[in-house]
Ligand binder design. Sequence first.
Ligand SMILES: NC(=O)c1ccc[n+]([C@@H]2O[C@H](COP(=O)([O-])OP(=O)(O)OC[C@H]3O[C@@H](n4cnc5c(N)ncnc54)[C@H](OP(=O)(O)O)[C@@H]3O)[C@@H](O)[C@H]2O)c1
Length: 294
Amino acid sequence: MSQGVQNKVVVITGASSGLGAETARHLSAAGANVVLGARRVERLETLAKELNLHDQSIMKTDVTDRSQVSALVDRAVKLHGRIDVLLNDAGLMPSSMLDKLKVDEWDRMNDVNIKGVLYGIAAALPHMQSQKSGQIINVSSVAGHKVGPGGSVYAGTKWAVRAISEGMRQEVKPWNIRTTIVSPGAVATGLIDTITDEDIAAGMAKTHEQAIPASSFARVVEFAISQPEDIDINEVLFRPTSQAIDVATIRDEPFSLFSHLTMELSLCLTSSSKLGQEKRRNRNSNSLTPLRKA
Ligand SMILES: NC(=O)c1ccc[n+]([C@@H]2O[C@H](COP(=O)([O-])OP(=O)(O)OC[C@H]3O[C@@H](n4cnc5c(N)ncnc54)[C@H](OP(=O)(O)O)[C@@H]3O)[C@@H](O)[C@H]2O)c1
């Protein structure tokens, strides 16, 4: 039964910066054979030099083009004879309030964050089915669990990633394929640079003051890959210890993080105290009347 990272063939999309690049460094140091894709090929070349990779281990890849994603996975199989892990990491987060109508950015998020992941699955799955082994790791987010103002579309894409991953988990059992969702909170990368809505950018910059290093993500990925083959780490959700807020994106002012938290808290208190009053009334009157909805 295979275990550990040593000699595993790991394909990473979005490997030119941030979480993807750091994971490439981390896994390569642990003995994996990494094959790296992204659009900024000059960054991949620099990384390949740093990690002393074979020239063929990097490939210009736009994940919105299915044929390019297939070519990346096929390159890994040609070079190493198989693919053990696909890390579908490429993504972007140009969050904005819906009324700004940044429809082109919505389209790009859907294309990269959802269709890019699906194209990765389409490329890797047939190989993994014939190998009867493999692992597909999809990157969601805290925003795949919670949505806030300004994060509707980004969160929508990350919820989609979790839905797709969970469906896939159930479907790929017959071929011994593992599926993992990694859902990070604020991690220090270039992700927030893609935000063009100034209000959202300011709020997000504040949230990201507490961001943790990309190595946190790389360690999670290594943990998931290195388990014995009969253990499938299905999801890891992690945040900076200091990250109190759940929502991905909040307008800075007047909808501050503090007022949002206070509002959520007071809603909870209001509804639970209303419910409490109702319960007490019912107890006192010893009535069998069902509780009204709070
Ligand atoms: N950092 C965080 O706090 C955080 C939190 C939760 C989830 N995430 C998720 O983590 C993933 C990685 O983001 P990051 O934080 O590392 O941000 P990043 O530093 O901006 O990296 C994003 C990567 O995605 C690639 N990419 C973007 N569009 C692409 C396309 N069309 N085709 C191929 N690659 C493309 C970029 O490469 P090229 O531009 O060279 O193509 C880059 O390598 C994303 O899915 C993001 O949603 C990040």
